[in-house]
Design a protein around this ligand. Sequence first.
Ligand code: SF4
Length: 248
Amino acid sequence: MGARTGNSTHALQKRAAAKIAAVLGETWPDAHVELDHRNAYELLAATILSAQSTDKMINTITPALFAKYPDPAALAKAEPAELEPLIFKSGFYRNKAKSLIGMARAVVERHGGVIPDTMEALVSLPGVARKTANVVLGSALGKNEGVVVDTHVARLSQRLGLTKQTDPVKIEQELMQLLPRAQWTDVAHRLIWHGRRTCLAKAPDCDHCPLRPHCPTGSTISANAGKLKQMKPAPKKTAKAAPRRGAR
Ligand code: SF4
């Protein structure tokens, strides 16, 4: 592809991304992170806990957790055996307990007990990868440092033709090039809301989707909707899932 063709393709994609962002803004103007929190510490802890779980489940766990450990200094002194029963329902609770305590101790030792507000410092904390750091920076600290790419953002970005990548880090890089920095946090929230409410993984509601005029996948999926709805769910894994070590 020549430089000129590449530039014009990028310009077209940028225009498509701008239209999609505008429609998402009209459709989900108030989209926000759905993990209950009052500050950056609570959002960071809740996001670590939410790996392999749902926001709804985590919201049932965190009130008791934050009552007992109201700040990083309190959590840093916790022992896994006393923390684990509080977070048991979130799954992979042993690894998550280690991550939470490790995160809190690092925040106390390296940052005086205050959640740091840079990507570099956040991703160096135990249990914190780029996605979690983006959630905290964007939704608790008001900084557009990147785009949260979870399963919904990845799926919708592909369906909407914004990326052909499958690796979340590469998807994020492409979205950052297509969208103005000021929109990074909001667009991610809106894509997540759209993915949870309309563009579901197995049964996207293309017929009622306001993005359909801008979606290259919509007509294909709609034409095959009957087929999609008859799709059998993926077989349940019988082998015990290996706990994910480390970061979300
Ligand atoms: S038209 Fe269909 S595939 Fe495209 S964003 Fe909407 S629901 Fe998803």
